[in-house]
Design a protein around this ligand. Structure first.
Ligand SMILES: Cc1cc2nc3c(=O)[nH]c(=O)nc-3n(C[C@H](O)[C@H](O)[C@H](O)COP(=O)(O)OP(=O)(O)OC[C@H]3O[C@@H](n4cnc5c(N)ncnc54)[C@H](O)[C@@H]3O)c2cc1C
Length: 402
């Protein structure tokens, strides 16, 4: 669709009330927009970045996500997944986690009767597939536009944008990430902290095929993880104390390669690092996900340590729940955006997000502890976990959102 024609339609639309305005067209905002549109909602998405594009010959995006089976199911329902498969992604069948090799946990898709545990997908690929779907569904998409202000007058949100326009909506969704402006403008507080670790992501080329096993070696300084990507590419995730990661960031690719050889297990094989970037890590939780006519989803509501690759997956659980609740409420009543309806979303999602957040934080604390007795106990714990049979499968199914 021509962007001129789209913009004309958007400006026309701005003069009337849109049912739902989503601030943030990232991984969760775009998926929510697609799901709500599918069930007949009138939706607009405001995204500060440019529209995503995709070049099949490009190097992988530095940002990649482990997408669980439940998230893949959501993306299938939204008719986004076939587009991801047509571009590029990598299934993984097994996940291995260990600190010492005699105490290793192996999670295998076959134990749950699955062909894969999930997929490693470049964030950019997923964003592009979502944006294509939104264009196809005729969702009103405003790229390179920022939210400036919010005001609720007589039950209608007046949403001021940095292009000088004002949108009106019954429901506004904050899908604008960890530093959510919707959350700030709505005066919703957060609890949280920054971890004592940062994380470096490194895209590498492997001389041997990277396979379909993801692995993570736990060390008290932080895990070192390997995620296979498409072709001969893989992504390394290196957690460490802030100053150490800063030091790594200053290295050229040759120096980084030497450092990887020293600090990653030998099974990494022969790799060539191509590009690297670092991220600070936060854990945060909004005090409230909702206000009358306002709701937060994804990182705007909660962030977790990426150790277990759950951030987007939790966001997609929010999205699935919210779509179901709004769809049913609209069928039953005219006031599907009422606080009573939104309370049901908060009730379901806050508990689940708390549980996952606390679980991940506990794992982080146990495995970053340097005390010898904790080391012994945690490795005994890994041995027990690996032999826990049905319980291990139940935990795995929960992590996969199944
Ligand atoms: C190093 C690292 C590794 C990770 N690995 C995984 C993993 O393997 N698996 C997993 O599930 N999760 C992972 N995560 C977490 C995951 O990246 C996030 O949970 C996810 O990106 C959140 O998506 P979101 O759409 O809620 O927020 P975001 O991705 O932050 O998107 C928010 C969007 O809102 C836009 N925006 C912000 N403010 C405004 C504004 N004022 N106006 C208009 N637009 C605005 C932004 O441009 C952005 O596009 C990882 C995170 C990190 C840091």
């Amino acid at each position: 669709m021509g962007s001129e024609c789209l913009n004309e339609r958007i400006i026309l639309k701005m003069q009337q009330i849109v049912e739902v305005v989503i601030i943030g067209g990232g991984l969760t905002g775009a998926a929510l927009a697609s799901g709500l549109k599918k069930y007949g909602f009138d939706v607009a998405v405001i995204e500060q970045e440019d529209a995503p594009s995709f070049n099949p010959l490009s190097n992988p995006d530095l940002r990649v996500s482990a997408i669980s089976g439940a998230s893949v199911n959501l993306l299938k329902q939204l008719e986004v997944w076939p587009q991801v498969l047509r571009m590029r992604c990598a299934p993984y069948r097994v996940q291995e986690i260990w600190e010492y090799s005699m105490a290793r946990v192996t999670l295998d898709a076959r134990s749950l009767g699955l062909t894969e545990l999930g997929y490693i997908v470049e964030n950019h690929v997923l964003k592009y597939a979502l944006s294509k779907r939104l264009y196809h569904q005729n969702v009103f998409l405003l790229y390179k536009t920022r939210l400036k202000n919010l005001q609720r007058i007589n039950g209608i949100w007046h949403i001021s944008l940095d292009n000088g326009k004002i949108l009106q909506a019954y429901l506004i969704v904050g899908a604008d990430g960890a530093h959510s402006q919707v959350r700030k403008l709505a005066n919703i507080g957060i609890r949280g902290w920054q971890y004592a670790q940062s994380c470096m992501l490194i895209s590498v080329r492997c001389l041997n095929h990277p396979g379909n096993i993801t692995w993570q070696k736990l060390t008290p300084e932080g895990p070192r993880a390997f995620l296979p990507l498409f072709g001969s590419w893989a992504s390394l995730v290196w957690y460490g104390e802030h100053n150490y990661i800063k030091k790594l960031k200053l290295m050229n690719m040759l120096q980084l390669k030497r450092e990887i050889r020293l600090h990653f297990p030998d099974r990494i094989g022969n790799i060539i690092p191509i590009i690297a970037g670092s991220f600070v890590l936060n854990c945060s939780h909004a005090m409230n996900y909702i206000l009358p006519g306002l709701v937060l989803v994804g990182d705007a509501a909660h962030t977790v340590h990426p150790l277990t690759g759950q951030g987007v997956n939790l966001g997609y659980r929010d999205v699935s729940t919210l779509i179901t609740i709004l769809k049913e409420a609209r069928y039953q009543s005219d006031h599907w955006w009422s606080i009573k309806v939104l309370q049901s979303y908060q009730h379901q999602r806050q508990k689940d997000n708390h549980l996952m957040q606390n679980g991940i934080d506990l794992l982080y604390r146990i495995f970053s502890n340097q005390c010898l007795s904790v080391k012994i106990i945690r490795n005994l714990g890994l041995i027990v976990a690996n032999n826990a049979g049905a319980i291990k499968n139940d935990v795995l199914a929960y992590m996969l959102g199944l």
